[in-house]
Write a protein that binds this ligand. Structure first.
Ligand code: URA
Length: 247
């Protein structure tokens, strides 16, 4: 069956749909030996030979992993500066899994890794409003008013953030532990949100995607996700079709 090339590449686990577009633009994808030059191009994986950098695109089994990323690991598969990368923690997995979104070098916690570009796309696309929950240890003691600003939405780089859920977990003399849930994924968003109310983030950990939490998973360890785990990520039933999740 003919499908859009971006979709085929995403299904094959080559990249997310957006990254697939970049591969196409860079002239790295060929169909039956011809470089693909148009973005809307379709192909039939059963009939056409699709290659990326000259290597055939093969359809492999889909796999979903929840990693507890430790601080100091870069959210990528390879780092030109030679720093530790999250892929180093998945060497026991025989498939090439890529991270869904990113956590900063210093941020710890829940990081989904998969070779399913469609699922990655659904998690990253703002339309699906997948909640991401973080525990942020911030300097000082933010007032209720300041936290209410974060809940309502605050201007960051000229754009107002979407409403967030904010809960104080612990107030101490010099810092405060706060749980914050957002469904956007702008670069360094949580750190910037607290910076905007003049409270620096001292430590940041993502604890959950939707209702899929880290549980007792130790830093540096991963667990393979089941279809039921995947369903917990998407809380808004109307926004998600489970066609890609195996039963
Ligand atoms: N927000 C941040 O500031 N950093 C992360 O790593 C994730 C969300």
């Amino acid at each position: 069956m003919e499908e859009r090339l971006q979709k085929i590449l995403a299904k094959a686990g080559i990249a997310s749909r957006r990254q697939a577009e970049q591969l196409i633009r860079a002239g790295r994808i060929r169909i039956n030996g011809q470089v693909v030059e148009t973005m809307g191009c379709k192909a039939d994986p059963a009939r056409d030979l699709i290659t990326c950098d000259g290597k055939p695109v093969v359809f492999e089994e889909k796999m979903y992993v929840l990693l507890n990323k430790p601080a100091g690991y870069v959210t990528t598969l390879a780092d030109p500066q030679g720093r530790p990368v999250v892929a180093d923690l998945l060497t026991k997995i025989p498939l090439r899994l890529f991270p869904v979104g990113r956590l900063d070098l210093d941020t710890e916690g829940a990081l989904l890794m998969t070779n399913d570009g469609d699922l990655a796309n659904s998690i990253l696309h703002p339309r699906f409003e997948v909640n991401k929950t973080y525990e942020a240890l911030v300097a000082g003691s933010p007032s209720k008013e300041a936290l209410a600003l974060l809940e309502r939405g605050i201007m960051l780089d000229g754009v107002k953030t979407r409403p967030a859920r904010v809960r104080v977990l612990q107030r101490r003399t010099s810092d405060t532990l706060i749980e914050i849930t957002i469904h956007e994924g702008k670069k360094r968003q949580v750190r910037k949100m607290f910076q905007a109310i003049d409270h620096r983030v001292l430590h940041l950990r993502r604890t959950a995607y939707g209702n899929l939490g880290l549980g007792a998973l130790p830093p540096g360890k991963f667990r393979i996700l089941t279809p039921d785990d995947l369903k917990k990520i998407f809380l808004k039933k109307k926004s998600f079709t489970i066609k890609n999740i195996p039963d």
